[in-house]
Write a new protein. Structure first.
Length: 211
């Protein structure tokens, strides 16, 4: 299904990306993990046991040089935090799209898929910066898709629901980030048939978009 395809994955949330990388590799794609989490990226690549078709590259997606060769009270929201989240979630995706398009346009073929969030469609589900960044990803995806269509390049984003990762729990008050909270979250998802295997389905949807 993915034979002859190449998958570049940035690890902003490791569970999404690791599942996706493993699924793409299983179906014959060449995979490249790009992130600043060196130990994790290398460990996943080594676990795949396929040096010819899997690799890790240290990359800060907020740096063009690297890319190229409950809600908080807005009155207390630090601008530096807002800037950092927008840099990673929007600027990073923009740079990825820009330089992916640079390679794909001459070939008149390709697929660019970004990761959005339900917070990019509904307000009140996350911190202000995160929500703003995910709404921006949806808008940027639509705009780039409008430009790239004439070159035969598809541009999409997938917007998953929540998952109890370290990143997700960062939005929860510190005294509530415990094993019970994680267990309750997974129990809630397990009670919903449509959510039981949603991470696997997310990987399948991403691969479908790239097919």
């Amino acid at each position: 299904m993915a034979i002859g395809k190449s998958c570049f994955s940035h690890w902003r949330c490791k569970w999404y990306r690791e599942s996706t990388v493993r699924l793409f590799h299983k179906h014959g794609a060449k995979v490249c993990i790009v992130d600043i989490q060196d130990e994790l990226g290398q460990r996943v690549v080594e676990s795949l046991g396929d040096e010819q078709n899997a690799c890790f590259i240290h990359c800060d997606v907020t740096s063009e040089a690297d890319v190229r060769p409950p809600c908080s009270n807005i009155l207390d929201y630090e601008l530096s935090v807002f800037d950092n989240v927008l840099d990673v979630n929007v600027k990073g995706i923009f740079l990825g799209m820009k330089h992916a398009a640079r390679i794909m346009i001459p070939r008149k073929s390709g697929s660019i898929v970004s990761l959005g969030s339900i917070a990019g469609s509904v307000g009140g589900l996350g911190p202000h910066a995160y929500t703003a960044s995910k709404f921006a990803v949806v808008g940027l995806t639509q705009n780039v898709a409008a430009e790239m269509g004439k070159h035969g390049i598809r541009v999409n984003c997938v917007s998953p629901y929540a998952v109890a990762t370290g990143l997700g729990l960062a939005h929860v008050p510190p005294d509530q980030r415990n094993d019970d909270a994680i267990a309750d979250f997974h129990s809630y998802l397990a009670s919903m048939p449509t959510c039981r295997a949603w991470i696997w389905w997310l990987g399948m949807l991403l691969m479908l978009c790239c097919s």
